[in-house]
Design a protein around this ligand. Structure first.
Ligand SMILES: [Zn+2]
Length: 505
């Protein structure tokens, strides 16, 4: 090997195309063979990234104590045991000095208060700007209530000591997961792929023979005509490998409600089995970080089958099938090309739904009846808590965050603040210029259900529950797409300007 090639190869990771290009013009008397080697080297260096990103993963147990009030339903439940532990999981990405973190919590939701406290703490212990951290919840219905969130949760034990203590400790535990991830940073080969899982997730709203739109109308219901909305079968995966090829983290996103387990034992629901199966196949050293896609109107109930679908066996079935899908994607991973880490974030003001006169008094009466342990009709309860939350805004629109994190020109993560209808997530994916766009919901706070505009006049559960007015979901989509396009252009511009500099030399 000619001397200059040896010298370069020993510094391969820091050599840039510029250095090679500067030395190339015939200052030395090269043999033709050496010239050819030079040209090849310049091509290789010019098209591969100068330095791989540094990534790390961190996990912290956030299982609550026995006796904590549990989230998920409109009835009071207290945890009396643990089926499987809950975790805060974090992936930290560093590229050319910029850092960002992706965090997933095995919890029902996130609140703005929790996000702000956690980001402050993360900034303090890791130096990663809070604004570069995306924190989402998986929507487990078998975890603790998050205290200080709503009247509904207060009524379900959200003000008890166990709930308050849990909430006080949570931001520090979340920050600890990010600290661990930051500390374990190592040069990383990032790759991505997306499988399709057609048979797990279903739209739970249906056009019915009486002209209404039904919500979870029940298995084999003869009045069902067809689903009232789409599903999103995509299972996007991002895999983080050490440079010697060991996977240490897999980011998996899927749009389907987590409500398969039920009961009073703490559980992370189907992502527990997903992570377990992937570890069994890829090694305990690999952490699976699951986030839920736009699943506001999607769940696992197949109304065309009479088979019961509740409990840990069902969660295990779903987690295992999803794991099989992810393992197939491992065979199709594409390496991430060169490109910077970019983060963008905007606050979007969402309108409130109209509240008719007399509704507040009616809502208060419903809640009073619930305090007396009598059970008003389900949708009356749902509407009452909505009306009181919206009335509490005193006419002020919601201020919610939409965040986009991109790595290179191929992959991007979007955060949306609630339980978002599937159609809205599909619009983001279809309009995004990135090859693989992942949408994490219940992220960076939540305002509850966000139906698409079409669903509002159709009514039923999610619409009755929605704290934001018609058109809010489309505003979130517009913000996400605008940010995705802006980030993509900035990445492409940075590529073409460095290409331009090369040409000018
Ligand atoms: Zn839900």
């Amino acid at each position: 090997m000619p001397l200059f090639l040896e010298a370069l190869s020993s510094h391969n990771d820091v050599v840039s195309g510029r250095l090679a290009a500067v030395i190339l013009p015939g200052k030395r008397k090269m043999k033709n063979r050496d010239r050819l080697a030079w040209i090849l080297l310049v091509l290789v260096i010019g098209t591969s990234r100068a330095e791989p990103p540094k990534c790390g993963v961190g996990v912290v147990n956030i299982t609550p104590e026995k006796g904590v009030p549990m989230a998920g339903y409109y009835s009071e439940r207290f945890a009396d045991g643990v089926h499987d532990d809950l975790y805060a999981k974090a992936i930290v990405i560093e590229d050319r000095g910029a850092k960002a973190a992706l965090v997933a919590l095995d919890l029902i939701t996130t609140s703005r208060w929790l996000i702000e406290e956690s980001r402050k703490e993360i900034e303090l212990v890791t130096g990663i700007p809070g604004s570069n951290v995306m924190i989402s919840a998986t929507h487990s219905h078998t975890g603790p209530i998050l205290a200080r969130m709503s009247q509904r949760y207060d009524l379900q034990g959200g003000k008890n000591d166990a709930a308050t203590k849990y909430m006080e400790l949570l931001p520090r535990r979340i920050a600890e997961s990010v600290r661990k991830a930051a500390e374990s940073r190592t040069p990383t080969a990032v790759s991505f792929a997306a499988g399709r899982e057609e048979n797990l997730t279903f739209n739970r709203r249906f056009h019915m023979t009486d002209g209404t739109v039904g919500w979870n109308p029940g298995k084999l219901n003869p009045k069902i005509i067809r689903p009232a909305g789409p599903t999103d079968p995509a299972v996007p995966v991002v895999v983080f490998n050490t440079l010697d090829g060991k996977p240490f983290a897999a980011y998996v996103n899927f749009a389907m409600h987590l409500d398969t387990v039920g009961g009073t034992q703490v559980s992370a629901d189907y992502p527990y089995s997903l992570a377990k199966q992937l570890s069994a196949a890829k090694g305990d050293g690999m952490v699976t970080l699951f986030t839920i896609g736009t699943a506001g109107d999607l769940n696992h109930i197949n109304v065309t089958s009479p088979t019961p679908q509740k409990g840990h066996a069902e969660a295990s079935r779903i987690g295992t099938l999803l794991a099989a899908n992810v393992l197939r994607s491992f065979e199709q991973l594409q390496p991430l090309g060169d490109g910077p880490l970019r983060v963008s974030r905007r606050i979007v003001k969402l309108p409130l739904p109209p509240i008719a006169s007399g509704e507040i008094e009616k809502a208060k009466a419903v809640v009073d009846r619930m305090k007396d342990k009598t059970k008003p009709p389900f949708l009356d309860q749902v509407n009452a808590f909505k009306v009181l939350d919206v009335a509490g805004r005193l006419g002020q629109p919601w201020e919610v965050e939409v965040q986009v994190i991109s790595l290179g020109s191929s992959i991007a993560w979007v955060s949306l603040p609630g339980e978002i209808f599937c159609d809205l997530g599909l619009a983001i994916k279809a309009g995004s210029p990135f090859r693989q766009t992942m949408v994490a919901t219940l992220a960076n706070g939540s305002i509850g259900y966000v139906p698409n505009r079409v669903a509002y006049p159709q009514g039923n559960y999610e619409v009755v529950s929605a704290r934001c007015g018609a058109g809010s979901g489309e505003m979130l989509v517009d913000s996400a797409l605008d940010q995705l396009r802006t980030l993509f252009r900035s990445v492409v511009d940075s590529h073409s300007s460095s290409g331009q500099q090369k040409k000018e030399r």
